[in-house]
Design a binder for this molecule. Structure first.
Ligand code: GDP
Length: 422
């Protein structure tokens, strides 16, 4: 029901472990695919003499979605349980999944980690768990998938559970906050009903586990922040920046400021889903028009906020980062590309201030000479071009980033403190 609290759910896991199939299964089992659509597909399939048609239909649709999906604001998949209305915050199989996870993950309240029983922990399993941890997702449902392939073997299931438990411990995930469920997304075992194929398992099934997740934190009362995705010129209207409201509210008539471009003006119109609206809220994707604003005055990567509480622009900032994978070592002076909200800016790691002991969270070493894969550290960062970014404690939606180099995510982090540009 639409009166239930909302949950944003991330589906994470190694490629081909069954994320899309599980999403399809969840949509199907919760009746989120309209009956008439299923009926139509059933008839078509019967004509062709094929079985398993309904579920196949959902999967075809997801595959299409996947091919179209380029940006992070693609049509989100939605389904309801008795307790919650769920939105899948990213479409699995996305090319930029990891990056999107970082720029969009502050919205994810919880995550389902999909691990194929026949493959166990794989590189992206590690990467995604690691990111989920860094970005503050603290409750995980682990779906041990493809149980049909391993003949529903309890022994194989136990092995995978042990392997995942080890991984969770490595990244300081409290394993008490993780639940494990043997499923087959393909066959539907333990998704909506207890499966007879796993009579050795008497724990929660997937929909129960989703229902029993804790309620998400209420939205913060942070000021308006809209990272700009694109800037269009529309005849008859003028310059139209578009983006998603991360925090706060925008009203027609508001005085707003764009940073770091440092221009301001009054909001004349707001458009959402091709209709004019007087106000927009967090999560809304909007296009808006600001009096007197020229197309070249602002750009992708700017953040729009209230003129009297404008987005921060960092001269430098201090952040806690975790190094995921780097072929050698990271030293002061390293200048990779930082991805934060819609901005991509080269930034120099100016100093490595402290290395943290990942097992205790305490300072392991002051001013270390270098850090490497697996290390957590507090570093001071200097953007090479102006960058708008916020302390994670104040506006978490604008306080995390990914560090990319050589086509890979090298590290992820959270902003501790911003030293603003004069
Ligand atoms: P993703 O890359 O993680 O989204 O994985 P997909 O959902 O695309 O699945 C990859 C392949 O595994 C596809 O061929 C699926 O049909 C298959 N698959 C997914 N889940 C299951 C399952 O539970 N059992 C079996 N036998 N195959 C599955």
């Amino acid at each position: 029901s639409k009166d239930n609290p909302h949950q944003n759910l991330a589906i994470i896991g190694h490629v081909d472990h069954g994320k899309s199939t599980l999403v399809g299964r969840l949509l199907y089992e919760t009746g989120s695919v309209p009956e008439h659509v299923i009926e139509q597909h059933r008839e078509e399939a019967e004509e062709k003499g094929k079985g398993g048609f309904e579920f196949a239909y959902v999967m075809d649709n997801l595959a299409e979605e996947r091919e179209r999906g380029v940006t992070i604001d693609i049509a989100h998949q939605e389904f309801d349980t008795d307790e919650y209305d769920f939105t899948i915050v990213d479409t699995p199989g996305h090319r930029d999944f990891v990056k999107n996870m970082i720029t969009g993950a502050s919205q994810a309240d919880h995550a389902v980690l999909v691990v194929a029983a026949d493959d166990g922990v794989a590189p992206q399993t590690q990467e995604h768990v690691f990111l989920a941890r860094t970005l503050g997702i603290d409750e995980l449902i682990v779906a041990v998938n493809k149980m049909d392939i391993v003949d529903y073997s309890e022994e194989t299931y136990r092995e995978v559970v042990d392997e995942v438990t080890q991984l969770l411990k490595q990244v300081q995930f409290d394993t008490e906050d993780a639940s494990f469920i043997p499923v087959s997304a393909f066959e539907g075992d333990n998704v909506a009903e207890h499966s007879e194929n796993t009579d050795w398992y008497d724990g929660e099934i997937l929909l129960e586990a989703l229902n029993n997740l804790p309620e998400p934190q209420p939205p913060t009362d942070a000021p308006l922040r809209v990272p700009i995705q694109d800037v269009y010129t529309i005849s008859g209207i003028g310059t139209v920046p578009v983006g998603r409201i991360e925090t706060g509210i925008m009203n027609v008539g508001d005085s707003v400021s764009f940073q770091p471009s440092d221009v301001s003006g009054e909001v004349k119109t707001i458009e959402m889903h091709h209709e004019e609206v007087p106000r927009a809220d967090p999560g809304d994707n909007i296009g808006f028009n600001v009096r007197g604003l020229g197309k070249d005055d602002i750009r992708r990567g700017d953040v729009c906020g209230p003129a009297d509480d404008p987005p921060s622009v960092a001269e430098t900032f201090q952040a806690q980062i975790v190094v995921m994978q780097h072929p050698s070592v990271i030293t002061a002076g390293y200048t990779p590309v930082f991805h934060a909200h819609t901005a991509q800016v080269a930034c120099t790691i100016e100093s490595i201030d402290r290395k943290m002991d990942p097992s205790s969270g305490e300072v392991a070493e002051e001013n270390p000479d270098f850090i490497q894969s697996g290390d957590a550290a507090v570093v001071t960062i200097r953007p090479q071009k102006p960058l708008s970014i916020e302390p994670s404690s104040e506006i978490p939606e604008l306080g995390s980033f990914a560090i990319r180099d050589m086509g890979q995510t090298i590290a992820a982090g959270k902003v501790l403190e911003v030293h603003e540009r004069e």
